[in-house]
Design a protein around this ligand. Sequence first.
Ligand code: NAD
Ligand code: UGA
Length: 454
Amino acid sequence: MRICCIGAGYVGGPTMTVIARKCPDIRVDVVDINAERIAAWNSDSLPVFEPGLEEIVRLCRGKNLFFSTDVDAAIDAADIVFISVNTPTKTYGYGAGSASDLRFVESCARKIAEVSRSGKIVVEKSTLPVRTADVIRQILSSTGMEFQVLSNPEFLAEGTAVRDLESPDRVLIGGDEDTEEGRSAIDELAGIYARWVPEDRIIKTNLWSSELSKLTANAFLAQRISSINSISALCEATGADVEQVARAVGSDTRIGSKFLNSSVGYGGSCFQKDLLNLIYLCEHFNLPEVALYWRGVVEINAYQKRRFAEGVIDSLYRNICGKRLAIFGFAFKEDTNDTRESPAIDICRLFLNERAQLAVFDPKVSKKQILADLNVEEGDPRVEFCASPYEAAEKAHAIVLLTQWKEFKNLDYKKIKSAMATPAWIFDGRNCLDHRLLGELGFLLRGIGKGNLS
Ligand code: NAD
Ligand code: UGA
């Protein structure tokens, strides 16, 4: 059997690597139009940082895992073609700022129709608006060959992609349950996953349920974060501690303890875009009350980022002009080099508007990426890219922790404090540091939802 995956990004790369590892008898071709990205997948410096990924790529690459720009040949030779391309929020025309931009997905469907000399199973791996499979089916039907379209959304989280793929909570496969061909395509894909995923974790549904479940899962996850973040504001106003509240609330097994960490707001390429897409669909199907309900989740997230940045400015006597702020972490979460929709971007831009000087350290994000995200030229004195957290903190008025990289917990804060301006502030946007210890060292502190800490 041969598998082709169109799109060698954060999903296509890791997902196909794990399939190749688990199924040595299947040849997996990952193709992309981005030659630089493919070259990186074929080098020692992979374009995606994920713990454990490099080792597996090294084991499979060149054996049954191949990265290439030869999209046409790989599609034609495949029995199963995964579409794993980007589906960003549309920035133009109808639905701008809300609907999904499906041009990349559509061009994949057209490419499959154009170059295939036999029918295949086509799998939606990208996150898509409900009923997109209809579009793909229509395009493929023009070939007169037998294609089956399946929905198999991906639930991996960045930073834990390999673990999530090797041991998923569930694998979801949607297909045409009403026909024998549809059921057999679902079973064929399920058979691949069943090599390492217990069968009771493989959920089979119709196409529309599968497509909608992915958007709903992300909406529910984002909703939990906005819920706890909304309560963090109330904690700060009342002296309650959001971590204590989250623990008390989350120990109810009906609620559960995960995804209740209050923060500077969620980031990442998907929560925002998938929520906006869900809102767009609700509006499209004339369900304004439902759209409004989910809109609140997005608004609380924007509010939380603003609220945090304003808290920093307030604490520094409402004046950060010319003050050096050490930014600890720029990625949208720990263990990834991804900065898409990172809260750090909006927060740093607010600081730059106030004419602060930023000294940024992130263990995995490149200088080029940080400058691009902040829209700042190389050499601009307002943003310094630092090689260590110690360098960033030198002469800084405050440390602003935005990503919960583990290494931030175990720094020599005594040494850091002695190199900082006085008073030395720490704004812990992830509540991940030992506040009691830092208080003893003489730092002024502010966490998220931590009552009157300082
Ligand atoms: P990405 O931007 O990292 O990768 C997409 C790749 O597709 C790019 O390299 C791009 O060059 C390539 N591409 C676009 N059009 C192409 C074409 N016509 N032919 C060949 N290649 C093409 O995106 P991603 O983060 O991997 O996300 C892909 C999809 O998976 C999105 O729909 C996203 O919502 C979904 N998803 C992402 C995550 C995540 O953690 N990033 C998790 C679950 C689901
Ligand atoms: C998320 C989902 O967890 C995945 O299941 C999904 O497949 C993926 O989106 C997607 O569709 O792209 P990801 O965005 O990679 O994965 O990472 P998460 O761990 O969900 O974190 C998202 C954001 O929420 C991060 O900024 C994180 O710091 C923040 N977060 C997370 C909190 O602020 N509090 C929490 O309790 C958890």
